[in-house]
Design a protein around this ligand. Structure first.
Ligand SMILES: O=c1ccn([C@@H]2O[C@H](COP(=O)(O)O)[C@@H](O)[C@H]2O)c(=O)[nH]1
Length: 269
């Protein structure tokens, strides 16, 4: 899916919610656990329940890779259940020497058909270029992450006085365009969003960290949106585990609807 189609969907639906399918087989409701392929059944129910309230799904590959071969198959079958109206992200945080990155890009863009994949910038240009060569796909580079460990490197200052994450945004934004490149910016880093927008005014930001990590949607919208909204705000646990009982899909729908209502109101304000 192109960025233009994503923007159209956001405007039409008045939502920029991305539901994170971080499905942990130890957290799905007990009544599903005895069933064969309980994770797939859970995902399908969550997708069906939340589809009307979001524009994107993010599959964190760790939750599927940890299940072995069947996990990869469940990831693929989950993808097949998501309609092509929705932008699908592989949150895989890859990046390696060029020929290896080319294989990662082929895995997520060709073998699985994701619209986007997350990539770590630490290894530099040759580790990111193979992803960007897929000009009809989107490479999402970690900018300023939502976790405490962001202080260890991303928020360290270089001799020039800039933060490491600022150098990442300035340099990497020159390698792609707002049509094939996004950045991750944590909702828990709201006070830096103004600065991030100054450096990358036109790129989409994938913003994890609302819900379970405590980030504020209102602050993200106030400091992080641009003329096209330019945001995909992810919520994983707060939606998919809103209830761990038999009413899990209704609870997921309610949580997603609540984000949708808040986003609609923020877009109108
Ligand atoms: O900076 C980052 C980058 C990625 N993530 C991922 O987003 C979701 C957040 O899950 P919640 O349950 O909504 O907290 C998860 O897949 C992380 O690996 C992030 O949190 N921060």
């Amino acid at each position: 899916m192109s960025i233009k189609s994503l923007i159209d969907h956001i405007k039409q639906k008045q939502s920029y919610l991305c539901v994170g399918l971080d499905t942990d087989d130890q957290k799905i409701p007990l009544h599903l656990r005895s069933q064969k392929d309980a994770v797939l059944a859970f995902n399908k129910a969550v997708i069906d329940a939340t589809l009307d309230h979001c524009v994107s799904y993010k599959i964190n590959t760790a939750f599927y890779e940890s299940m072995g071969i069947r996990g990869w198959e469940i990831m693929q079958e989950t993808l097949e259940h998501i309609p092509d109206t929705h932008f699908v992200i592989a949150d895989a945080k890859r990046g390696d020497i060029g020929n290896t990155s080319a294989q990662y890009a082929k895995t997520f863009f060709e073998a699985y058909g994701f619209d986007a994949v997350t990539v770590a910038p630490y290894m530099g240009e040759d580790s990111i270029r193979p992803f960007l060569e897929y000009t009809d796909k989107v490479t999402i580079v970690l900018g300023l992450t939502s976790n405490k460990g962001a202080e260890d490197f991303e928020l360290q200052r270089l001799q020039s006085g800039e933060f490491v994450y600022e150098r990442v945004l300035k340099t990497v934004s020159g390698w792609g365009t707002p049509q094939n490149l996004m950045f991750v910016a944590g909702a828990t880093q709201a006070k830096e969003l103004v600065n991030i927008r100054r450096i990358v005014p036109d790129h989409f930001l994938l913003v994890p960290g609302v819900g379970a990590q405590g980030g504020s949607l209102q602050e993200v919208a106030a400091y992080g949106s641009n003329k096209d909204i330019g945001l995909l705000v992810n919520a994983s646990r707060a939606v998919i585990y809103a209830s761990q009982a038999e009413d899990f899909s209704q609870a997921a729908a309610k949580a997603a609807r609540s984000y949708h209502d808040e986003m609609r109101a923020l877009m109108r304000s």
